[in-house]
Design a protein. Sequence first.
Length: 752
Amino acid sequence: MLIKSVRLHNIRSYLSQGVEFPEGSLLLSGDIGSGKSTILLAIEFALFGISKGLLSGEALLRHGKQQGYVELEFNLDGKDVVIKRNLKRLKDSVRQEEGYLVVDNIKQFCTAEELRARVLAMLGYPKELLKKSKGLIYRFTVYTPQEEMKRILFEDPQARLDTLRRVFQIDRYRLVKEGSGVVLQALREKKKELAAKTEDLPQKEEQLRQLSGQLETVEKKLAALQPVVGQTEKLLQQRQESLRALEEKARLLNSLKSQLAAALAVISEKNSRMALQEAEISLAKREVSSFRLQLQDSSAHVERLSSSLSRLKAFSDSLLKDVAAKTLLDDELLSAEQLKSDAESQISRLDALKSASEMVKQKVSELAKCPTCFQPVAAEHKHKIALEENSKINEISPKLADALERKNQLSQEIASLKRELNGLQAKEKLAAGLASELKPYFELAAAFSATVKTSETASLSVAEMQAELASLSAARKQLEAAKEKRFMSAEKERFIRQVEAGLDAFRKEAQLLEAKKAELSARAASFGNVEADIGVLQAELDNVVKEKTALLMQKASLEKEKENFSGLARLLLEELQKKKAAMREMEESNKLAYWLEEMFVSMVAVIEKHVMAKVHQEFNGLFREWFAMLMGTEAMAAKIDDEFTPVVEVDGFEIPVENLSGGEKTSCALAYRLALNKVINNLVSTIRTKDLLILDEPTDGFSTEQLDKLRDVLSQLQLPQVIIVSHEERVESFVQHVIRIEKEQHVSRLVV
């Protein structure tokens, strides 16, 4: 992993600043408090986000700002990666917002936890180690604040050893041994439980043998009973078939009896209905004779109706003939009114022209100056205009008089036409009323087939017409009554015909029913005494059923006994199988417990001891080498004891680390830091940050000679990218690139 750039926006003392990181060695230079370490914290935040106890959002987001972000770009295995994490200030905290990850120009938006998981996978860090150890892998291999590295030198030896065991991934062996102990305890408890389950195994096997003998006895009894039950069932089946045949004959006999009873009932009902209908026919014939006598008296009224209708129809036709001229009068009236309207339009136009000429004469006679050119108007000009207008008036006057005369003539003609039309409308109304009144009389005449002549001339007055109508109204009541009698007579005659036709059909049906009755009686007599035969067979069947029931009860008792014995045997067999399985499981548990306790735990302890010894040897060698290089004197040497505690010797005497000078403590911490970096990178093969090292104030308290030793350290590391944070100007000569940082007015920036 090689860092290419980082951008900080509202992060601690930075407002908005981008930093480019070249390959090789790089120094972030500046005064104490200028903001150098902030860049390193921003890189860690971009990779892993907020870490409780190590890196908080409140410590990163600039005071007074609501939002901020860090965008980190780096190269990993030849791929360009960009990570952006956002911070947002809430009411009482600072929270991470959604960010994004760009790999080879493919952007994916992720939550803070998703980004953390993706980064862990890309960097090859064990997830469980990073999560449980609060970022120890990154802090011990890539970037460690100097004060934290000094702190590990002085903390409790056991706590330091536990921390290093987790970092070196040796702690897994202790967990394996503890887990084995838990498994062994569980196996011992399980062994006790299985022993209790298998304690009565011989007694259960004896019970199973006894049950098997009892079950065999019951099965023999059932086998002997089965043929007897079969014979009884066969006899019962024969009796049932015979009974079903007799019951079928009885059913047919009952059906014949039912049909015979139904036929008798129908014959009786038909005879009753025929007698009733014959009586109805006789009564209807008497009523028809009475109606015919009454209709003979209505002929005089019919002749009177025909004569009156002939005269009134002729009168109505003459009225309609006169009314036919109404259309011509309507057309003449419309034409006269149009001509009158044209004359009135001409009169209005001529009056307007005449008035206009009179007005022109008057205005010109009163005019002194021309309204257009303002020149005086001569009398000759006025006289000329007056003559012209008089000529127009003389031309208009005769035309106006002719138009007025034509209008008066047309008005008289229109009044005459309207009087004629009123007379015709009265006749039309009278004809319509007469037609309406005559309509029911014509219908009445049609009902009696009376002939209405239409060749007579109309010689009636209105009074005579009204008299004729009054005469018709008097005869109408007698004719309406006669019409009703005639209708009733026709209905009675139709009724007589229908009933007589029905009687003929009834007589034929009665004959067929009598024949069917005789046939049914003969068939019923052929069945004999079926009921008695059924009674005898039913008694035999009941005896067989009782015998079968007794046998089935005996069989059911034996089957129930067999089922009980089988159920008990099955349950006992299942219990024995479980106990035998428990016995086998107990034997396997004993073998597993012996293997875990006597072989596996011992083997793990040996492996752990060898691994720890190897790590200690490698760590101690690296620590001694780096310390000797930094101190540059043979009089002072260092090593680590069994608890990985640094031990410093001066001229063969041990000196507590607390008593060392500032530069010596820094040298010890830096040597410890470099040894950790190397050992962890060697142990955890999946780590992809081996090409990067960040040193935070690694020369705190160094003398001039020790500063020169740092050059040798950088030369021996031979890493593709080393980032150093220091305020020592002398370090600038050791590195390939320098970035200077300064702070003004609480704002950090790069010095170009």
